[in-house]
Design a protein around this ligand. Structure first.
Ligand code: TEU
Ligand code: CA
Length: 555
């Protein structure tokens, strides 16, 4: 079932604001369900909508069974779920259980005393004569340990100190999570996207208590926290206790730190853990030092190799076959069009090329809100225009109050390339003030100034628009089984600018040929066949700038 379907990720804070407070909300999403059904997506993934102080925009949950008041009421959620189902779509929510908010009652109890019944819902350690229990670092700069005066111990937080890690070694905590999962599934939710799920199990020392320092040479390499010793035991228990009792439940693991070779341990068809996983091999590196020393963008051969490797390894090994959730964009990455396209000179062509390449790959695709109209990165002119805790913490750690102007501008220039905020600017619905995202006077995060040119309303009535190309392509994909189950083969892995691949299912062979550059290819790529779909009106021998074609080969 999930192999034919397409996921659409909604970042609720930025999707649509119905009550004019400048913050997206559930009634806002409700008002756009016809838009989403008409687009032709199947599964909606909502980034967290639960009670949260929003230290990390909802990825810090203080009540797993209550809706964040800014987003609305439980009644609004019930209406939304009903509306999604009435339109034949499904809805998955974001399961953030590696950590909670420090404002969760469990943590409020846990920090009260060492013998509190909730103490071991979290991970507390003494300093043992050191500065912190060990040298682990947080994703959001600084140590992964914060000292709590009241009980004189440190607690672990791989993210912000307002996101204390839950102790999955504790069976009582695990049962609480399973009960909460059943609560949402019994309400009719169709599944979960699982936040940093490979991190649940932490590596302990031989005494089962201490946590080893980072090994030499891997200081601050947070991928080391993935794939801990008991992770598969925990996921198989979660499957036995919850998922197996809801056979239609969709599960998508956020596979931070999971290699292609390790993927089938999570999604192998006989592993009874998760249905699919997404990787970070093409995600933008964003460790703290990257804000002053950005990693170079992937070349096309590097990007193609990542897709080919993941496709191949899911078919190999004792636990094969596995399945993956493929994506180009999400709320943690800058806009894909600004990474690999050319929105200035070839907005339509490059946005539709990226859509073609993604939606013709093998795997269950996730589209990210706004990519369907070719939204781009947003110019942020000062650190104060950014919202993301990761950016702000890196700024404080690297820049501080007296840094020279040169260093400040270096940071801002890089953040304007890699920050997560690019994906979080309000959805651009029309040329109305604030892009039609809100009727109120302001928005929680700046609106991309290009909203008058790039918005849903302007494109809906234009037959040659990004959104109408997406609609056609989604319909084409829905009715083309070779794109669901067919094999994948990269035909020109080394070509610097052309992505050409074959999908094959029995006698059916489709070719996708894409010129991922602003230069016309010199000469034919040799890929010939009947053109089924293209982002240019006609087709000739060469490939024009960002031209993408889907061809059928009749052997
Ligand atoms: O992200 C996990 C994660 O490790 C990366 O996305 C990380 O946030 C950063 O982008 C890598 O440099 C998940 C959520 O998707 C993210 O939004 C949350 O901030 C994070 O977990 C904590 O819940
Ligand atoms: Ca609102």
């Amino acid at each position: 079932m999930h192999k034919q379907q397409v996921i659409y990720q909604i970042y609720p804070r930025s999707f649509a604001d119905a009550n004019g407070d400048g913050i997206g909300d559930l009634p806002g999403i409700m008002g756009k369900l016809d838009y989403l059904a008409d687009l032709g997506v199947d599964i909606l993934w909502l980034s967290p909508i639960f009670q949260s102080p929003n230290a990390d925009n909802g990825y810090d949950i203080s009540d797993y069974e209550a809706i964040m008041p800014e987003f609305g009421l439980m009644a609004d959620f019930d209406d939304l779920l009903k509306g999604v189902h009435e339109r034949g779509m499904r809805l998955i929510v974001d399961l953030v259980v590696n950590h909670s908010s420090d404002e969760h009652r469990w943590f409020q109890e846990s920090r009260k005393s060492k013998d509190n019944p909730y103490r071991d819902y979290y991970i507390w350690r003494g300093a043992n004569g050191r500065k912190e229990p060990n040298n682990w670092q947080s994703f959001f700069s600084g140590p992964a340990w914060t000292f709590d005066e009241l009980t004189g111990e440190y607690y672990l937080h791989l993210f912000a100190e307002k996101q204390p890690d839950l102790n999955w070694e504790n069976p009582a905590l695990r049962q609480e999570i399973y009960r909460m999962m059943r609560f949402w599934l019994d309400k009719g939710v169709d599944g979960f996207r699982m936040d940093v799920i490979p991190f649940l199990s932490k590596e302990h020392g031989n005494d089962g208590r201490t946590f080893p320092d980072y090994p030499d040479g891997r200081y601050g390499d947070l991928t080391i926290h993935a794939n801990g010793p008991r992770i598969h035991e925990f996921l198989q228990e979660m499957n036995r206790e919850v998922l197996a009792h809801y056979p239609n439940c969709i599960t998508v693991g956020e596979g931070f730190g999971v290699s292609a070779e390790q993927a089938n341990l999570y999604v192998g068809v006989n592993r009874h853990e998760l249905q699919m996983i997404y990787h970070f091999d093409h995600a933008v590196p964003r460790e703290e030092h990257r804000f002053l020393d950005p990693a170079p963008e992937l070349t096309l051969p590097e990007l193609k190799a990542i897709f080919a490797k993941w496709d191949r390894t899911l078919d190999e090994g004792p636990d094969a076959p596995g399945w993956q959730n493929i994506y180009f964009g999400n709320h943690d990455n800058p806009r894909v069009l600004s990474r690999f396209g050319d929105p200035e000179r070839y907005h339509y062509e490059s946005a539709t090329l990226l859509a073609t390449v993604l939606l013709c790959q093998r795997g269950t695709p996730s589209l990210y809100q706004g990519d369907e109209i070719g939204m781009t990165n947003c110019p942020f002119n000062s650190i104060h225009e950014f919202d993301d805790i990761q950016v702000k913490r890196a700024w404080n750690a690297l820049i501080g109050p007296d840094a020279d102007v040169e260093k400040q501008s270096q940071f801002l220039q890089t953040a304007n390339r890699i920050a997560r905020d690019h994906a979080r600017t309000p959805m651009q619905w029309s040329h109305a003030p604030n892009a039609g995202f809100t009727n109120g006077p302001r928005t929680w995060l700046k609106v991309n100034p290009n909203y008058r040119d790039i918005n849903v309303a302007k494109q809906k009535t234009d037959p040659r628009s990004v959104i109408n190309y997406y609609r056609n392509l989604l319909q084409f994909r829905k009715h083309t089984p070779v794109l669901h189950e067919g094999t994948y083969r990269d035909l020109l892995p080394e070509h610097p600018t052309v992505w050409a691949f074959e999908r094959r299912l029995g006698e059916k062979i489709l070719l996708v040929v894409a010129n991922v550059s602003g230069q016309e290819t010199n000469g034919s790529t040799g890929m010939t066949g009947e053109v089924l779909l293209s982002n240019y009106a006609d087709a000739d021998n060469t490939l024009r700038p960002f031209e993408a074609r889907i061809l059928i080969i009749r052997e």
